[in-house]
Design a protein around this ligand. Structure first.
Ligand SMILES: C[S@@+](CC[C@H](N)C(=O)[O-])C[C@H]1O[C@@H](n2cnc3c(N)ncnc32)[C@H](O)[C@@H]1O
Length: 195
């Protein structure tokens, strides 16, 4: 039943990407959207109920604080994570706020730990090139993730969205005629080493 679990970090504006993904008659697909702002999550839950969807859920959490507990609970329930998406994550894009960015060494290490042996995919996209490069650098430096087939980290502006479903920020970025930078990784077989 849980053959495709997609964990959607820092997802939400009003949940459209996850709701649309879950709506497409994908009974094999289960999505979990994580968002720090409670009112946004409440809106997403109302939209989910309105659409009568049972394969998507939203949690109000801080991905940088709560991810280990969430992934550990899923692991205890024997739920494999097929895909993690981190899409337009960050309000803290300026260099002076670098330490407060969502994608940092700890977050990448946590994802690597709970996707070990599964071959999970990680999809990253942003409209801010410097931020996307920073996310890419963290995933590559970890040594736990390889470029997925057809994706090239030296051509971030040319890589495609693999889902055929755009997020709200993605739609807004294209509406302004601006580019989107993307990368897709696959967890390799390197065993996770606790630091
Ligand atoms: C620019 S919006 C992008 C929303 C959506 N992914 C899209 O592409 O349309 C970034 C979202 O990430 C959320 N966010 C920022 N830091 C977070 C964190 N540490 N944990 C969970 N959500 C976070 C913000 O509240 C905001 O809703």
């Amino acid at each position: 039943m849980f053959s495709f679990w997609c964990l959607n970090l820092t997802y939400l504006v009003s949940g459209s990407w996850a709701l649309n993904m879950a709506s497409n008659n994908r009974t094999d697909l289960n999505l979990l959207g994580l968002e720090i702002r409670r009112p946004v999550v409440d809106l997403c839950l109302r939209r989910k109920a309105f659409r009568g969807l049972h394969n998507v859920h939203f949690l109000s959490v801080n991905a940088n604080v709560d991810l280990t507990e969430i992934l550990s609970s899923l692991q205890n329930l024997a739920v494999p994570i097929d895909t993690v998406t981190i899409q337009f994550p960050d309000p803290h894009f300026k260099s002076r706020h670098k330490k407060r960015r969502v994608v940092n060494e700890g977050l990448v290490s946590c994802i690597a730990k709970f996707t070990s042996q599964i071959g999970s995919k990680v999809f990253l996209q942003s409209d801010i090139e410097e931020l996307q490069c920073d996310m890419v650098e963290h995933f590559e430096k970890s040594g736990y993730f390889d470029s997925a087939e057809g994706y090239d980290s030296s051509k971030l502006g040319q890589n495609l969205n693999p889902f055929g479903q755009q997020t709200e920020r993605e739609i807004a970025t294209y509406a302004k005629g601006l580019p989107v930078f993307r990368m897709l990784y696959k967890r390799n077989m390197k065993p996770y080493l606790d630091k």
